[in-house]
Design a protein around this ligand. Structure first.
Ligand code: FPP
Length: 250
């Protein structure tokens, strides 16, 4: 029985976030340049997006380029940006076929004009799709996001339109780039690394974390379904005890 068949469709996470890792190592294992690994990672992006849409996930957020990734060699950064433009253009059909609306989070002002133009075009072209929303985190880091949110709150206080006593978790959440979507219930990281790497730090407070040794270019639909199956067998306690959640079980 496949993992897809074992999944309970009534207990799906609404939002899945993914740290796509291992492209460089995958390429190295094959004696190729790192860029080859990124190019091969596009298949995994397509498979993951299709798998999520097919099964009924509402939101998918992919960590495609971190603030820290700007420090990689220029050749790799340029190649990643070109790949992004090419992929957005080529995969618009996949997004349309699966009724996926594209969104982006991060400091998009840092992207080069061609990249921003293509991104905006794809966002506009897919804006009528309503099966699933897929966000690309680009030039994103959680510390950047939280700092920006704090600046916005400070500005409101300075202008006199916000009383510091009214600052609460809901307000903070409303200032984040993910303000329109629920927190991810499941965070997946590929490539056997056990780190969060500055991704969605506020939003993953109660997320279930799933780490797989599979390198990102090898990640396929069944791997995604396996992660969801695993998620469905976790007990999510949100600080409560097991007995509180299951009063019948002594
Ligand atoms: C991490 O692997 C991956 C990235 C920094 C880039 C992710 C990009 C893609 C999957 C390609 C295309 C994506 C889109 C959305 C068009 P790594 O380079 O850190 O791998 P390593 O840890 O093995 O060195």
């Amino acid at each position: 029985m496949s993992f897809k068949e074992k999944i309970d469709p009534k207990r799906l996470p609404k939002h899945i976030a993914v740290i796509m890792d291992g492209n460089g190592r995958w390429a190295k294992q094959r004696g190729k340049l790192r860029v080859f690994g990124h190019e091969s990672g596009v298949t995994a992006v397509r498979e993951t997006a299709e798998a999520c849409a097919e099964i009924g996930i509402k939101y998918l957020t992919l960590y495609a380029f971190s603030t820290e990734n700007w420090n990689r060699p220029k050749m790799e950064v340029d190649a990643l940006m070109n790949l992004l433009v090419k992929t957005l253009n080529k995969e618009t059909k996949t997004l349309m076929d699966n009724k996926i609306r594209l969104g982006a989070i991060g400091d998009l002002t840092q992207l080069d004009p061609q990249c921003r133009k293509q991104l905006q075009e794809t966002i506009d072209n897919t804006s009528g799709n309503d099966r699933m929303e897929m966000f690309l985190a680009l030039s994103y880091s959680a510390r950047w996001e939280i700092t920006e949110a704090t600046k916005k709150i400070a500005q409101l206080v300075k202008e006199g339109s916000l009383n510091p006593d009214d600052i609460n978790q809901d307000l903070m959440t409303s200032m984040l780039t993910t303000k329109s979507i629920p927190d991810p219930e499941l965070l997946i990281r590929t490539s056997g690394e056990y780190r969060i790497s500055n991704f969605l730090l506020w939003q993953i407070a109660y997320s279930e974390l799933y780490f797989t040794p599979v390198l990102w270019p090898d990640f396929r639909k069944e791997h995604l379904y396996e992660a969801i199956y695993d998620f469905q067998h976790r007990e999510r306690r949100f600080g409560k005890t097991s007995e509180q959640l299951n009063p019948c079980i002594k």
